[in-house]
Design a protein around this ligand. Sequence first.
Ligand code: CA
Length: 251
Amino acid sequence: MGDSFNAPKPLILIVEDDRPIMNFMKAALRDQHYRIADVGAGRDALAYAGAYTPDVVLLDLGLPDVDGIDVIKDLRSWSDVPIIVVSARGNERSKVEALDHGADDYLTKPFGAGELLARIRVALRHSSSSPNTSLSDSKGVVSIGPLEFDAERRKVRHDGRPVQLTPIEFRLLRELVFHAGKVLTHKHLIAKAWGPKQKVESHNLRVFMATLRRKLEDDPSRPTLIVTEVGVGYRLLDEWPATAIDSYDPT
Ligand code: CA
């Protein structure tokens, strides 16, 4: 990632009141050249973040003192630190709410160590301290697996072959590519592709995603590039071959 030799190790703040999950995350991060801090309550998280400016915050939404959403709102009022929400399965609404309030991504319990590390890598890559690191090389042409994306010339190739996209498809793909590895909500993608004031429903978005997949996926019924995050949105996988593909649910 082009870190200089004396760059400090990224500081990861874990906010979690569930001891076994906390211990699991700390064990997963131990050998990864991160500094780790942990707190078990929302107010402690805010105090710690204010004092030590972590590089990534892993935030459990169900905290003993304050709602995790309120922690996100508070953090976002003064900090751009990437926030990865740790949430229970089946809680899609709270994930969307967290993302709408400025969280960057989420992990669904139970999750594997590989998935946790992949999310943190993406968060660090997209953090404001290193704007568009992954995009700044090779004259603005982004290569992700079989995909080649040239934003400036508005050209897209798949396996070396030119792909024709409609303007909406192009804007959707551009947003996914520019946030590669991160989940993007339906609301976010609709605002970027159609404009913030347009009344477009999620099912319209699904139609355009389906045509995009027909053009970019080897098997559109089993996407490996643009995966669905059920009830939340879409994610363009940016690690190729996708190392944690088993932990994604491409339905
Ligand atoms: Ca909890």
